[in-house]
Design a protein around this ligand. Structure first.
Ligand code: WT7
Length: 655
C-alpha cells in the first residue's frame, strides 16, 4: 500500500455488528484523552488490587514513567484465584492440543484445565520454584515450547514475584545463552523436546549447550514433554519436573505476593537497529490494566467465547494475549503445540471447528500461507463459530484481509489488524468491537485505542496531514508501556525518546487516511520483519562476521510473498576463502546455528566490497535494489561506485 492516493480503500460493514460513525468515535476518543487520568483510573478500578494506587501516573522523571504508584497487585491472583472466587472454578481455562495425530488426523493428546485445576498446578509450580531458591525479583529463563507447563510456570513465577525471561524455543543455544547472561537468570526451565511437523526437536540438547556458557544458571528444571530416554541430566544441576512435583504437598497453597505495581513481571528480548537484542522490561500493574482493557475492547470477550491466539509464548503476543489476557477476563482458550499445516493444511480449521473458536488472533504470514494452500481446506470445516478475527505482527495486505474476511469470516465477522509492539505491552491501534466499533477497511490498523494518543510526524516531529507518510509516535505514556531496557537506562532513552523529544518513537513508517485511521507501512529502521518476527540486520551481520571465512557482511530484507520479508546477505570473504555454493550453504547454516532458523538468509551473495556511504553506513537501499535487480536510484553518496557494479555483476552470475 502506498500513500498519496486518498481515499484509502472502501468501508466494509456487516449486519452482525453495530458499526458506529467515525466522527462519534473521535469524540469519545477525545474525551478519554481530555479526562486521561479519570479514564485510566476507571479502567484500572475494574481489576482487583490488594492496595489501591496513590498516584495514577508519576511523570516527574520522563521517560521513566511509573503507573499506579503505591498500588499492590498480583497477576497470578487475578488470572486464577479471582476467577475461582467468581465461580469459574469449573470453567475450562485451557484446552491444549499436542501436535501428533492418529490415522484419521485426530489429535492424540488433548488436555483440558479448569481454572480450579490451573490454580492448583500453578501453586505446585510456585512451591517448586521456592524450593529451588527462587524468590521475588529473581530472574528465571524459560526455554519451553507451547505446552501447558510454559503457562503454568510463567504464572507461578509472577505469583511469587520472580521475573520471567522467556526465550523462543526456536532460538539457538547462543541466543539463549546471551539472554540468560544478560538477565542474570539463576534458573532455567526447559523440556526434553517437542513436536514440530512430525519430528522431535531435542530442546534439552540445545539448552545444555547454552548453559555451558551461562554463568548465572544454578539449576535447570526439565519438563518431560516427549519422554525421550537418553536425556543427559547433570547431577546436582538438572531436575526432572515430575521428580520435583512428587515432593509437593497435594493441597499446597502459595500465597500470592502483594507486588508493587511497578515490580517487573517480565523481560523479553527484542531486536533493534544496533547491538545485541535488548531486554524490554514490563511492570505488573500497568501491564495488567492495559492487557485487561484490550481483551475487552479489541476481543470483546464474553463468558461463552472460545478464544485462540496462535502466537508462541516466546513473543510478546504470547505473553499478553495467551498467558495473561484471556485469564484476566476468565475466558476459555485454545493452545496448540505444533505446525499449522501438520498433518495437512487444514489443521487450524479443524481446531476452530472442533472447539468452536469464536475469537481468533493470528498473523498475516499465516494467512498468506493458507491462501496459497487454497480455500478448499477451510471450506471443509464449519467455521461459523468465528465472530472476531484480528491479525498482528506486520501490515496485512488488502488481498489477505479480503480472503480472511470472505473465506474464514463468511463476511460476518469483525476483522482487524492490531498494531503494537514488544515495547508497548499491549494493543495500541485497532478496531474495538467491545468498545465502539467503526467501519472496517481492508489493510488498515484503524484508530488509536481509547486513552492512547498516537500520531504521525515528519522528521522534525510535526504532525503530518492525512495522506503523508511519516513516523509513528505515541505522544503520551500508556499503562502497558515498557519500563526500560534491562540494565541499560541510557539505551532506553536513546532508542525510544531521543529522536522526537517527549514522544515515544516506534520505529515504524505510517500514514493516516482521511478518517484518521492509521496504516502502518513497515519499519523505518534497520529492523526486519520476517514472517512477523523481528530481527535486526546488525544481529545477522554479527553472526556472519563470526564465521572464520567472513571479513565483512551486510544484510537487507527483500520482499517475500508469504513471509513479507526475508534476509539476504552480502558477504566479503577473507583472503584464502573461495566463494561457492558450499560456503554459501555453510554460512546460511552458520546463521541458523548462531541465532535460529528464522534468521537464516534466503541467499548469500559473495562480493568484494560492501557499498557504503562516505560516512561509513551500509547502503542498504542500494543492496536491496541489487538483490531485486531494480533500478539503483541515487548513488551520489556512494564511496566507491565499482562496488555497485561488481555486486550487480556477481548477482547476475549467481542468479
Ligand atoms: C513491529 C513490532 C505486537 C506483537 C507482535 C510484533 C510491526 C506489529 C502490526 C500491524 C503493521 C505491525 C511493526 C512494529 N507490526 N503489528 N498490525 N500492522 N505492522 O511485536 O516483534 O515487537 O514487532 O511489528 O513494524 O513496530 P514486535
Amino acid at each position: 500500500m502506498e500513500p498519496g492516493s486518498l481515499p484509502f480503500g472502501e468501508y466494509v460493514t456487516n449486519d452482525k455488528f453495530v458499526f458506529q460513525r467515525i466522527e462519534d468515535y473521535w469524540r469519545r476518543h477525545a474525551e478519554t484523552l481530555k479526562n486521561f487520568n479519570e479514564f485510566w483510573d476507571g479502567v484500572a478500578s475494574e481489576l482487583e488490587w490488594f492496595e489501591k494506587w496513590k498516584n495514577l501516573l508519576d511523570d516527574s522523571n520522563p521517560p521513566f514513567y511509573k503507573w499506579f504508584v503505591g498500588g499492590k497487585i498480583n497477576l497470578s491472583y487475578l488470572a486464577l484465584d479471582l476467577n475461582v472466587k467468581k465461580g469459574r472454578g469449573n470453567k475450562v481455562a485451557l484446552i491444549w492440543e499436542g501436535e501428533p495425530v492418529d490415522g484419521n488426523g485426530m489429535p492424540l493428546e488433548v488436555m483440558r484445565y479448569t481454572y480450579g485445576e490451573l490454580l492448583r498446578e500453578v501453586n505446585k509450580a510456585a512451591y517448586v520454584l521456592k524450593r529451588l531458591g527462587v524468590g521475588k525479583g529473581d530472574r528465571i529463563s524459560i526455554y519451553l515450547p507451547m505446552i501447558p507447563e510454559t503457562i503454568i510456570f510463567m504464572l507461578a513465577a509472577w505469583r511469587i514475584g520472580a521475573i520471567t525471561s522467556v526465550v523462543f524455543s526456536g532460538f539457538s543455544a547462543e541466543a539463549l545463552a546471551d539472554r540468560i547472561n544478560d538477565a542474570g537468570a539463576k534458573l532455567l526451565i526447559t523440556a526434553d523436546g517437542f513436536w514440530r511437523r512430525g519430528k522431535i526437536v531435542p530442546l534439552k540438547e540445545t539448552a545444555d549447550k547454552a548453559v555451558e556458557r551461562a554463568r548465572s544458571v544454578e539449576k535447570v528444571v526439565v519438563v518431560k514433554r516427549i519422554g525421550l530416554n537418553n536425556v543427559p541430566m547433570r547431577e546436582g544441576r538438572d531436575y526432572w519436573l515430575h521428580d520435583l512435583l512428587r515432593e509437593v504437598p497435594s493441597d499446597v497453597f502459595v500465597e500470592p505476593e502483594r507486588l508493587e505495581s511497578e515490580h517487573p513481571s517480565f523481560i523479553l528480548y527484542t531486536s533493534g537497529t544496533t547491538g545485541k537484542p535488548k531486554g524490554i522490561v514490563h511492570d505488573t500493574g500497568g501491564w495488567a490494566v492495559h492487557v485487561y482493557a484490550t481483551m475487552k475492547w479489541v476481543f470483546d470477550i464474553r463468558e461463552h467465547d472460545v478464544y485462540w491466539c496462535t502466537a508462541d509464548v516466546g513473543w510478546v503476543t504470547g505473553h499478553s494475549y495467551v498467558v495473561l489476557g484471556p485469564m484476566l477476563v476468565g475466558a476459555t482458550q485454545v493452545v496448540y503445540e505444533g505446525a499449522p499445516d501438520y498433518p495437512q493444511p487444514d489443521r487450524w480449521w479443524s481446531i476452530i471447528e472442533r472447539y468452536k473458536v469464536s475469537v481468533f488472533y493470528t498473523s498475516p504470514t499465516a494467512i498468506r500461507m493458507f491462501m496459497k494452500f487454497g480455500e478448499d481446506w477451510p471450506r471443509r470445516h464449519d467455521l461459523s463459530s468465528l465472530r472476531i478475527i484480528h491479525s498482528v505482527g506486520e501490515p496485512i495486505n488488502p488481498e489477505a484481509w479480503r480472503w480472511t474476511y470472505r473465506v474464514l469470516g463468511n463476511e460476518k465477522v469483525v476483522l482487524g489488524s492490531t498494531w503494537w509492539m514488544t515495547e508497548t505491552g499491549g494493543i495500541m491501534i485497532s478496531h474495538t468491537p467491545g468498545f465502539f466499533l467503526v467501519p472496517m477497511k481492508p489493510g488498515t490498523n484503524g484508530p488509536p485505542l481509547p486513552g492512547i494518543e498516537a500520531d504521525i510526524v515528519d522528521a522534525k516531529g510535526e504532525s503530518v496531514p492525512p495522506g503523508v507518510k511519516g513516523y509513528l509516535v505515541i505522544k503520551r505514556p500508556w499503562p502497558g508501556m515498557l519500563h526500560g531496557i534491562w540494565g541499560d537506562p541510557e539505551r532506553y532513552k536513546a532508542t525510544y525518546w531521543a529522536r522526537f523529544p517527549g514522544y515515544f518513537y516506534a520505529g515504524d513508517f505510517a500514514v493516516k487516511d482521511q478518517d484518521g485511521f492509521i496504516w502502518v507501512l513497515g519499519r523505518a529502521d534497520e529492523v526486519l520483519k520476517v514472517a512477523g518476527h523481528r530481527l535486526g540486520t546488525y544481529e545477522i551481520e554479527s553472526a556472519l562476521v563470526g564465521h572464520p571465512a567472513v571479513a565483512e557482511a551486510a544484510v537487507v530484507g527483500v520482499p517475500d510473498p508469504i513471509k513479507a520479508e526475508t534476509p539476504v546477505a552480502f558477504v566479503v570473504l577473507k583472503q584464502g576463502f573461495k566463494a561457492g555454493p558450499e560456503l554459501r550453504e555453510e554460512l546460511r547454516r552458520h546463521v541458523r546455528n548462531a541465532i535460529g532458523p528464522i534468521a537464516e538468509p534466503s541467499t548469500v551473495f559473495f562480493v568484494s566490497k560492501v557499498p557504503k556511504t562516505r560516512s561509513g553506513k551500509i547502503m542498504r537501499r542500494l543492496l536491496r535494489s541489487i538483490a531485486l535487480n531494480a533500478p539503483l536510484g541515487d548513488v551520489s553518496t556512494l564511496e566507491d561506485e565499482t562496488s555497485v557494479d561488481e555486486a550487480r555483476k556477481l548477482f547476475e552470475e549467481l542468479k
